[in-house]
Design a protein around this ligand. Sequence first.
Ligand code: NAP
Length: 299
Amino acid sequence: MIKNVAIIGLGLLGGSVGLAAAKHLPDITTTGYDAAPDVRAKAAELALVGTVCETLAETVRDADLVVLCVPVGAMRNAAGGLKGLLKQGAIVSDVGSSKQSVLDDLRAELPGQIIIPAHPVAGTEQSGPDAGFATLFTGRWCILTPPAGADEDAVTALTAFWQGLGAKTEIMEAAHHDLVLAVTSHIPHLIAYTIVGTASDLEDVTRSEVIKYSAGGFRDFTRIAASDPVMWRDVFLQNKGAVLEMLGRFTEDLTAMQRAIRSGDGETLEELFERTRKIRRSIIEQGQDDAAPDFGRDH
Ligand code: NAP
Protein backbone atom coordinates (compact mmCIF):
# COMPACT_ATOMS: atom_id res chain seq x y z
CA MET A 1 0.00 0.00 0.00
CA ILE A 2 1.14 3.53 -0.75
CA LYS A 3 1.13 5.68 2.36
CA ASN A 4 3.95 8.16 1.79
CA VAL A 5 4.44 9.87 -1.56
CA ALA A 6 7.46 12.02 -2.45
CA ILE A 7 7.05 14.47 -5.32
CA ILE A 8 10.20 15.74 -7.06
CA GLY A 9 9.58 18.92 -9.09
CA LEU A 10 6.84 21.21 -7.76
CA GLY A 11 5.54 22.89 -10.93
CA LEU A 12 2.17 22.41 -12.65
CA LEU A 13 2.23 18.60 -12.50
CA GLY A 14 3.99 18.11 -9.15
CA GLY A 15 1.81 20.73 -7.48
CA SER A 16 -1.34 19.18 -8.94
CA VAL A 17 -0.37 15.68 -7.74
CA GLY A 18 0.16 17.09 -4.22
CA LEU A 19 -3.10 19.07 -4.20
CA ALA A 20 -5.11 16.18 -5.68
CA ALA A 21 -3.67 13.78 -3.07
CA ALA A 22 -4.65 16.16 -0.26
CA LYS A 23 -8.16 16.49 -1.69
CA HIS A 24 -8.89 12.87 -2.63
CA LEU A 25 -6.47 10.75 -0.58
CA PRO A 26 -6.21 12.47 2.81
CA ASP A 27 -4.66 9.36 4.44
CA ILE A 28 -1.60 9.71 2.22
CA THR A 29 1.31 11.83 3.45
CA THR A 30 3.11 13.92 0.84
CA THR A 31 6.57 15.44 0.81
CA GLY A 32 8.01 17.51 -1.99
CA TYR A 33 11.28 18.90 -3.32
CA ASP A 34 12.20 21.22 -6.18
CA ALA A 35 15.70 22.10 -7.37
CA ALA A 36 14.79 25.81 -7.30
CA PRO A 37 14.73 27.43 -3.81
CA ASP A 38 12.12 30.02 -4.91
CA VAL A 39 9.84 27.20 -6.16
CA ARG A 40 10.24 25.40 -2.80
CA ALA A 41 9.28 28.60 -0.96
CA LYS A 42 6.24 29.16 -3.19
CA ALA A 43 5.19 25.49 -2.85
CA ALA A 44 5.33 25.78 0.94
CA GLU A 45 3.30 29.01 0.86
CA LEU A 46 0.65 27.36 -1.35
CA ALA A 47 0.75 24.07 0.64
CA LEU A 48 1.18 22.06 -2.57
CA VAL A 49 2.42 19.12 -0.46
CA GLY A 50 2.27 18.26 3.24
CA THR A 51 5.97 19.06 3.78
CA VAL A 52 8.33 20.86 1.42
CA CYS A 53 11.82 19.53 2.20
CA GLU A 54 15.20 21.18 1.76
CA THR A 55 17.02 18.00 0.70
CA LEU A 56 16.23 15.02 -1.53
CA ALA A 57 17.25 12.61 1.25
CA GLU A 58 14.66 14.02 3.63
CA THR A 59 12.01 14.09 0.87
CA VAL A 60 12.25 10.41 -0.08
CA ARG A 61 13.33 8.86 3.25
CA ASP A 62 9.91 7.33 4.08
CA ALA A 63 8.46 7.28 0.56
CA ASP A 64 6.64 4.20 -0.75
CA LEU A 65 6.23 6.05 -4.06
CA VAL A 66 8.47 8.71 -5.61
CA VAL A 67 6.92 10.67 -8.51
CA LEU A 68 9.35 12.59 -10.69
CA CYS A 69 7.56 15.68 -12.03
CA VAL A 70 10.47 17.35 -13.86
CA PRO A 71 10.96 17.98 -17.62
CA VAL A 72 11.76 14.72 -19.46
CA GLY A 73 15.28 15.94 -20.23
CA ALA A 74 15.91 16.29 -16.47
CA MET A 75 14.62 12.82 -15.51
CA ARG A 76 18.02 11.12 -15.63
CA ASN A 77 19.61 13.73 -13.42
CA ALA A 78 16.67 13.68 -10.97
CA ALA A 79 16.76 9.86 -10.77
CA GLY A 80 20.53 9.89 -10.30
CA GLY A 81 20.06 12.07 -7.23
CA LEU A 82 17.95 9.34 -5.60
CA LYS A 83 20.73 6.72 -5.61
CA GLY A 84 21.15 5.16 -2.17
CA LEU A 85 18.35 7.24 -0.64
CA LEU A 86 15.29 5.06 -1.29
CA LYS A 87 13.48 2.73 1.05
CA GLN A 88 13.53 -0.99 0.18
CA GLY A 89 10.64 -1.72 -2.22
CA ALA A 90 9.88 1.94 -3.00
CA ILE A 91 8.24 2.51 -6.39
CA VAL A 92 9.82 5.12 -8.65
CA SER A 93 7.44 6.69 -11.16
CA ASP A 94 7.05 9.94 -13.08
CA VAL A 95 4.59 12.05 -15.07
CA GLY A 96 6.74 12.71 -18.15
CA SER A 97 5.20 13.22 -21.58
CA SER A 98 7.49 10.69 -23.31
CA LYS A 99 7.94 7.24 -21.87
CA GLN A 100 10.68 5.15 -23.52
CA SER A 101 13.40 7.70 -22.76
CA VAL A 102 12.23 8.00 -19.14
CA LEU A 103 12.14 4.21 -18.70
CA ASP A 104 15.69 3.94 -20.09
CA ASP A 105 16.96 6.81 -17.93
CA LEU A 106 15.40 5.54 -14.69
CA ARG A 107 16.63 1.98 -15.29
CA ALA A 108 20.14 3.23 -16.01
CA GLU A 109 20.29 5.33 -12.83
CA LEU A 110 18.36 3.06 -10.46
CA PRO A 111 19.06 -0.57 -11.34
CA GLY A 112 17.20 -3.02 -9.10
CA GLN A 113 14.57 -0.44 -8.13
CA ILE A 114 10.85 -0.92 -8.94
CA ILE A 115 10.31 1.44 -11.88
CA ILE A 116 6.85 2.09 -13.31
CA PRO A 117 6.66 5.16 -15.55
CA ALA A 118 3.33 6.91 -16.03
CA HIS A 119 1.89 9.82 -17.98
CA PRO A 120 -1.27 11.64 -16.92
CA VAL A 121 -2.68 13.00 -20.18
CA ALA A 122 -3.76 16.20 -18.48
CA GLY A 123 -2.23 19.63 -18.44
CA THR A 124 -2.55 23.26 -19.36
CA GLU A 125 -0.34 25.81 -21.11
CA GLN A 126 0.70 27.16 -17.68
CA SER A 127 3.74 26.04 -15.69
CA GLY A 128 5.34 26.62 -12.30
CA PRO A 129 4.10 26.18 -8.72
CA ASP A 130 1.22 28.67 -9.10
CA ALA A 131 -0.26 26.66 -11.97
CA GLY A 132 -1.20 23.46 -10.08
CA PHE A 133 -4.77 22.60 -9.13
CA ALA A 134 -6.44 19.66 -7.38
CA THR A 135 -8.85 18.69 -10.16
CA LEU A 136 -6.33 18.53 -13.02
CA PHE A 137 -6.61 14.74 -13.30
CA THR A 138 -10.36 14.35 -12.76
CA GLY A 139 -11.79 12.22 -15.56
CA ARG A 140 -8.53 12.35 -17.55
CA TRP A 141 -6.47 9.34 -18.64
CA CYS A 142 -3.26 8.33 -16.93
CA ILE A 143 -1.21 5.85 -19.00
CA LEU A 144 1.06 3.51 -17.04
CA THR A 145 3.94 1.96 -19.00
CA PRO A 146 5.39 -0.80 -16.80
CA PRO A 147 8.33 -2.66 -18.38
CA ALA A 148 7.90 -6.39 -19.10
CA GLY A 149 8.06 -8.39 -15.87
CA ALA A 150 7.27 -5.39 -13.65
CA ASP A 151 6.16 -6.10 -10.08
CA GLU A 152 2.40 -6.67 -10.37
CA ASP A 153 1.60 -5.46 -6.85
CA ALA A 154 3.41 -2.22 -7.61
CA VAL A 155 1.45 -1.75 -10.86
CA THR A 156 -1.79 -2.37 -8.93
CA ALA A 157 -0.78 0.10 -6.20
CA LEU A 158 0.20 2.81 -8.71
CA THR A 159 -3.03 2.25 -10.65
CA ALA A 160 -5.03 2.65 -7.43
CA PHE A 161 -3.08 5.83 -6.62
CA TRP A 162 -3.92 7.48 -9.96
CA GLN A 163 -7.53 6.35 -9.81
CA GLY A 164 -7.64 7.80 -6.30
CA LEU A 165 -6.50 11.14 -7.74
CA GLY A 166 -9.54 11.00 -10.06
CA ALA A 167 -7.91 9.69 -13.24
CA LYS A 168 -8.90 6.80 -15.50
CA THR A 169 -6.00 4.45 -16.11
CA GLU A 170 -4.66 2.44 -19.02
CA ILE A 171 -1.61 0.18 -19.38
CA MET A 172 0.53 0.51 -22.51
CA GLU A 173 4.01 -0.34 -23.74
CA ALA A 174 6.33 2.66 -23.52
CA ALA A 175 7.18 2.64 -27.26
CA HIS A 176 3.51 2.46 -28.24
CA HIS A 177 2.66 5.30 -25.84
CA ASP A 178 5.28 7.44 -27.58
CA LEU A 179 3.74 6.83 -31.03
CA VAL A 180 0.19 7.54 -29.83
CA LEU A 181 1.19 10.71 -28.00
CA ALA A 182 3.35 11.85 -30.93
CA VAL A 183 0.20 12.15 -33.03
CA THR A 184 -2.28 13.28 -30.34
CA SER A 185 -0.06 15.74 -28.50
CA HIS A 186 3.47 16.28 -29.76
CA ILE A 187 2.75 16.95 -33.47
CA PRO A 188 -0.22 19.26 -32.62
CA HIS A 189 2.15 21.27 -30.40
CA LEU A 190 4.76 21.38 -33.18
CA ILE A 191 2.14 22.60 -35.66
CA ALA A 192 0.93 25.26 -33.21
CA TYR A 193 4.47 26.47 -32.48
CA THR A 194 5.20 26.58 -36.21
CA ILE A 195 2.04 28.40 -37.35
CA VAL A 196 2.33 31.01 -34.61
CA GLY A 197 6.01 31.45 -35.49
CA THR A 198 5.18 31.77 -39.21
CA ALA A 199 2.51 34.41 -38.52
CA SER A 200 4.88 36.46 -36.39
CA ASP A 201 7.53 36.41 -39.15
CA LEU A 202 5.28 37.58 -42.03
CA GLU A 203 6.31 40.71 -43.89
CA ASP A 204 3.19 41.58 -45.89
CA VAL A 205 0.71 41.00 -43.02
CA THR A 206 1.52 42.96 -39.87
CA ARG A 207 1.77 41.40 -36.42
CA SER A 208 -0.95 43.75 -35.16
CA GLU A 209 -3.29 42.46 -37.90
CA VAL A 210 -2.54 38.87 -36.88
CA ILE A 211 -3.43 39.67 -33.27
CA LYS A 212 -6.50 41.79 -34.17
CA TYR A 213 -8.10 39.12 -36.38
CA SER A 214 -6.91 36.10 -34.36
CA ALA A 215 -10.48 34.92 -33.61
CA GLY A 216 -10.57 33.41 -37.11
CA GLY A 217 -8.81 30.30 -35.74
CA PHE A 218 -5.30 31.53 -35.01
CA ARG A 219 -5.91 32.22 -31.32
CA ASP A 220 -6.74 28.54 -30.66
CA PHE A 221 -3.22 27.67 -31.83
CA THR A 222 -1.72 30.38 -29.62
CA ARG A 223 -2.99 28.65 -26.45
CA ILE A 224 -0.99 25.55 -27.29
CA ALA A 225 1.96 27.59 -28.56
CA ALA A 226 2.16 29.34 -25.15
CA SER A 227 3.13 26.03 -23.48
CA ASP A 228 6.34 25.79 -21.45
CA PRO A 229 9.40 26.11 -23.77
CA VAL A 230 11.74 23.89 -21.69
CA MET A 231 9.20 21.12 -21.23
CA TRP A 232 8.42 21.01 -24.96
CA ARG A 233 12.03 21.32 -26.10
CA ASP A 234 12.69 18.19 -24.03
CA VAL A 235 9.62 16.31 -25.36
CA PHE A 236 10.77 16.72 -28.98
CA LEU A 237 14.36 15.75 -28.20
CA GLN A 238 13.38 12.73 -26.05
CA ASN A 239 10.62 11.42 -28.35
CA LYS A 240 12.56 12.12 -31.53
CA GLY A 241 11.94 8.78 -33.32
CA ALA A 242 8.15 8.68 -32.91
CA VAL A 243 7.78 12.41 -33.64
CA LEU A 244 9.81 12.17 -36.86
CA GLU A 245 7.84 9.10 -37.95
CA MET A 246 4.47 10.84 -37.42
CA LEU A 247 5.80 14.08 -38.91
CA GLY A 248 6.64 12.13 -42.10
CA ARG A 249 3.04 10.94 -42.35
CA PHE A 250 1.70 14.41 -41.62
CA THR A 251 3.93 16.01 -44.26
CA GLU A 252 2.67 13.53 -46.89
CA ASP A 253 -0.95 14.29 -45.98
CA LEU A 254 -0.27 18.04 -46.05
CA THR A 255 1.26 17.70 -49.51
CA ALA A 256 -1.88 15.82 -50.66
CA MET A 257 -4.01 18.74 -49.41
CA GLN A 258 -1.74 21.20 -51.21
CA ARG A 259 -2.23 19.19 -54.42
CA ALA A 260 -6.02 19.08 -53.93
CA ILE A 261 -6.20 22.86 -53.46
CA ARG A 262 -3.92 23.54 -56.44
CA SER A 263 -5.91 21.24 -58.75
CA GLY A 264 -9.33 22.44 -57.51
CA ASP A 265 -10.16 18.96 -56.12
CA GLY A 266 -13.01 20.00 -53.79
CA GLU A 267 -14.12 16.39 -53.33
CA THR A 268 -10.87 15.43 -51.56
CA LEU A 269 -11.05 18.47 -49.30
CA GLU A 270 -14.69 17.90 -48.37
CA GLU A 271 -14.17 14.18 -47.73
CA LEU A 272 -11.35 14.94 -45.26
CA PHE A 273 -13.31 17.70 -43.52
CA GLU A 274 -16.31 15.36 -43.07
CA ARG A 275 -14.04 12.75 -41.44
CA THR A 276 -12.36 15.27 -39.14
CA ARG A 277 -15.71 16.67 -37.99
CA LYS A 278 -16.66 13.14 -36.88
CA ILE A 279 -13.46 12.91 -34.79
CA ARG A 280 -14.47 16.11 -32.97
CA ARG A 281 -17.93 14.65 -32.30
CA SER A 282 -16.39 11.42 -30.90
CA ILE A 283 -14.15 13.43 -28.54
CA ILE A 284 -17.21 15.23 -27.17
CA GLU A 285 -19.25 12.01 -26.94
CA GLN A 286 -16.47 10.40 -24.90
CA GLY A 287 -16.41 13.34 -22.47
CA GLN A 288 -12.94 14.51 -23.48
CA ASP A 289 -14.16 18.04 -24.29
CA ASP A 290 -17.10 20.39 -23.87
CA ALA A 291 -19.82 20.41 -26.53
CA ALA A 292 -20.33 24.19 -26.27
CA PRO A 293 -19.61 26.03 -29.56
CA ASP A 294 -16.26 27.83 -29.77
CA PHE A 295 -15.05 26.10 -26.56
CA GLY A 296 -17.85 27.80 -24.61
CA ARG A 297 -16.42 31.32 -25.05
CA ASP A 298 -18.71 34.16 -24.11
CA HIS A 299 -19.89 35.98 -27.27
P1 NAP B 1 7.02 22.84 -14.60
O1 NAP B 1 5.76 23.52 -14.18
O2 NAP B 1 8.08 23.63 -15.29
O3 NAP B 1 7.67 22.14 -13.30
C1 NAP B 1 8.85 21.39 -13.32
C2 NAP B 1 9.65 21.74 -12.07
O4 NAP B 1 10.72 20.79 -11.91
C3 NAP B 1 10.31 23.12 -12.15
O5 NAP B 1 10.07 23.84 -10.95
C4 NAP B 1 11.82 22.77 -12.26
O6 NAP B 1 12.65 23.75 -11.70
C5 NAP B 1 11.89 21.49 -11.48
N1 NAP B 1 13.09 20.69 -11.74
C6 NAP B 1 13.79 20.57 -12.90
N2 NAP B 1 14.80 19.68 -12.72
C7 NAP B 1 14.73 19.24 -11.45
C8 NAP B 1 15.48 18.30 -10.67
N3 NAP B 1 16.50 17.62 -11.19
N4 NAP B 1 15.12 18.09 -9.38
C9 NAP B 1 14.09 18.76 -8.83
N5 NAP B 1 13.33 19.66 -9.52
C10 NAP B 1 13.65 19.89 -10.81
O7 NAP B 1 6.71 21.60 -15.56
P2 NAP B 1 5.37 20.69 -15.63
O8 NAP B 1 4.44 21.26 -16.64
O9 NAP B 1 4.91 20.41 -14.25
O10 NAP B 1 5.98 19.38 -16.30
C11 NAP B 1 6.60 18.37 -15.50
C12 NAP B 1 6.56 17.05 -16.25
O11 NAP B 1 5.19 16.74 -16.52
C13 NAP B 1 7.29 17.05 -17.58
O12 NAP B 1 8.02 15.86 -17.72
C14 NAP B 1 6.17 17.09 -18.60
O13 NAP B 1 6.55 16.42 -19.80
C15 NAP B 1 5.05 16.36 -17.87
N6 NAP B 1 3.67 16.73 -18.27
C16 NAP B 1 3.35 18.04 -18.46
C17 NAP B 1 2.05 18.36 -18.84
C18 NAP B 1 1.67 19.82 -19.09
O14 NAP B 1 0.63 20.08 -19.71
N7 NAP B 1 2.45 20.78 -18.63
C19 NAP B 1 1.08 17.36 -18.98
C20 NAP B 1 1.43 16.03 -18.72
C21 NAP B 1 2.74 15.73 -18.36
P3 NAP B 1 13.37 24.81 -12.74
O15 NAP B 1 12.25 25.48 -13.47
O16 NAP B 1 14.12 25.70 -11.84
O17 NAP B 1 14.22 23.98 -13.65
